[in-house]
Design a protein. Sequence first.
Length: 265
Amino acid sequence: MTPISQSTEHLDPNRLSAFIDRELSLTEQQGIEQHLTNCHVCALRALSATQLKTATARAGQRFAPPPEALARLTAHLHSEQNKLEQKKTPAPMHSVRPLIWTALAAALLLAVSLFGWRQFHPTDTLVTELLDQHLATLSTAAVPQVISTDRHTVKPWFQGRLPFSFNLPEATALPADTTLKGADLAFLNGQPAALLLFTIHKHEVSVFLTQRSTSPTSGILKDTRAGFTIHTATTPDLRIIAVSDVNPTDLDSLLAVLVQAQKTA
């Protein structure tokens, strides 16, 4: 390959990408490095492309669930499968064809029912979304955008990022053995939400704060899925949803403190 001119000739995007990914020969890599030292435009493009690749890779790792979470979910699915298999009884050969048609009809009915359920019961979809986002925070590769135990650092970070505001309690007001770890910006049902990260007795807790007028659910959400508890509290302006595998009583204690903090002027 011909060497790069050090005049006004710039690197094409494909070659620049190959350079960043270290896919070129040593001679070509050195030639481009020399070019970047003399071409300000290409140097800026290389920096921008490198930052984009890094951010994309970090985002891809962010939502990789940790092994312990996958193990818990796998065990739960195996348990449910075993229960179903225990209920099965062998069917006579002469009844196989009617059973097939019955199964097809049941599957069709189930599909229609699920479609209607998701339309008129958005909370089920919300529970799945909450669990997915909480599992993502458990990943060892997940790094929140704000890492701090100081409410005066966490709260101001959300200014301009959310269409609403909220208060955080003093560290001394939190329940025993409860610590604020950091925060992130999240989305629930397409609406922006503040994601607060706590620990309670070394259990990870995700707390989502959404604007009540645009909240994806209007009721008090309480659910337990695969060992995780989801509880909700409300204020006149906010809906606060907590997800964790900690004792539900401890989860409610944290929610109560967060609700009380919203009453502070």
